[in-house]
Design a protein around this ligand. Sequence first.
Ligand SMILES: [Zn+2]
Length: 324
Amino acid sequence: MKTSKDQRQKVRYSFLKILTGSDLSRRRLPFMAIESVNPGPVVWLTGCIHGDEVTGIVTIQEVFKKIQKQPLRKGTLYAFPLMNPIGFEAGSRNITISREDLNRSFPGSKNGSLAERIADKIFTTIEQTKPTLILDLHNDWMKSIPYTVIDPDPGQAHKQAYDKAKAAAEKSGFLVIIETEEIRRSFTYNLLAHNIPALTIELGESYVVNETNVQYGVKSILNILNYLEMFENKDEPFIFEVPDKIKRKPLKFASEPVSSASGIIRFLASPGDIVKKGHAVAKIYNTFGKLQDTVVCLHDGIILGHSDSSVAYPGAPIMAFGVT
Ligand SMILES: [Zn+2]
């Protein structure tokens, strides 16, 4: 536990127990909190649910450092910076012991699998704080641009939470991408289903800390805290620049077109490029250099990222798009 000398807010670093290992080591979830003396919104920052997605950990640390220098105006900021420490240490997306994806294990269960038990601990802890907003930090392919993602509209029953998440996403400074697939066991899907506003921030490449993306992430979070009147952002509002040709309104996520053939991919366009329907974005060649497929855009939009691998096979998603 750590407490700040500042009279206006209290800083706490502590742990939640998740598992005792076979060598009797205690595995714990690091927990961080900054509580203003003035009541206000309750925001959670969460990182590294996928063990190889490390930028969120550092982004959270930097936001906390910033707020220790310039206190919150009101409210509480909580964080689980490292939700999957077991995967992190192995450089793995999943919880390596049980080979499970923690972000497909929510809302979790006290008596379930290892991932479900950890998910339950995370979920119940967050729910008890009656949160205003959860910002879940992820990473993407190596060259992906940063962007914000919201789950598909969960319908009338959860409209309030969804509208709040969408309003916060629009203040993030990033392009807002609407997920089209319902990922029913993901963290954010279940938060929205429990009427808790939640959104995902994708901060570029996985595996290593990309300092530029950390800066974008910190600025984006401060934009949102400023919007919630928790933090007075003295800097200009952050906007991630994208070509003017794309309108700054929510776009739909698309992982299609996919490759129709096996072979080696040669990309004809890069993340951040604006594309038109019918625009060729990749060619797939066989091992003798014979063209097998030209991958052509199905919609107008922007390229969010492309695969880290040059291996194509039929049905392989090789690019991600935000489409109009
Ligand atoms: Zn992820």
